[in-house]
Structure formats: structure tokens, C-alpha cells
Design a protein. Structure first.
Length: 111
């Protein structure tokens, strides 16, 4: 056998060594670490945006029904549909003092 055929035979031989049967044993750990890294990055981004006030407020369906009732009442009064006495009477029914801001109903201001 010549040197050329011996080299070609060695190159063409499949390697059946236990160390070459698959990926190294630490590869699944890398996937878990990447998942943790992206999860931490995502949560950190959400916290950063929330602290800066860049996230939108909660949708309107999270507000209590009194908020919508106050808005309708104020719009009717502004439009002249009801008198001042009727407005104040209905506002008292809603436990609302017009002109005093209730912090539960305020929208967060964006900076």
C-alpha cells in the first residue's frame, strides 16, 4: 500500500469514537443560560420602561365604572344639558367632589 492510498483510506474511514457521538455535554446548559439571559433582559427592559413612565397606562376596562360616570356627567354639564344644582346633586351621588382630583382616576403623565 502506498502512502497516498493509506492517507485516502484514513480520511474516508468514519470515526466511531465515544467522544464524537454527539454534542458536548454542556450544550443543553447553554440553551438554559441563554433562556435565563433573555428573560432577565426582557424583565429588566420592562422595569426600566415602567420606572421611566414610558409604558402606557392600564386599559380603560381596568378603571372602575365611576370614572366613566364622572366623565359623562362632566360632559353633560359642560354641554349645558344639566343645571349646576343637578350636576352637584349627581356628583354627590357618585361620592365625587368636582374640582378635587382623585388619584385613583388620574392618568400618569409622560415626561
Amino acid at each position: 500500500m502506498s502512502a497516498g492510498t493509506a492517507a485516502a483510506t484514513l480520511v474516508d474511514m468514519p470515526i466511531h469514537h465515544p467522544a464524537f457521538d454527539g454534542p458536548p455535554p454542556f450544550v443543553p446548559i447553554l440553551g438554559g443560560l441563554m433562556f435565563l439571559l433573555f428573560t432577565i433582559l426582557f424583565v429588566g427592559t420592562l422595569l426600566f420602561l415602567a420606572k421611566r413612565g414610558r409604558l402606557a397606562g392600564p386599559p380603560s376596562f381596568f378603571r372602575p365604572p365611576e370614572f366613566e360616570a364622572r366623565t359623562i356627567l362632566a360632559n353633560r354639564y359642560a354641554g349645558g344639558d344639566i343645571s349646576t344644582d343637578e350636576f352637584l346633586e349627581r356628583a354627590a351621588t357618585l361620592n365625587w367632589t368636582p374640582g378635587v382630583d382623585d388619584p385613583r382616576f388620574q392618568e400618569k403623565k409622560k415626561h
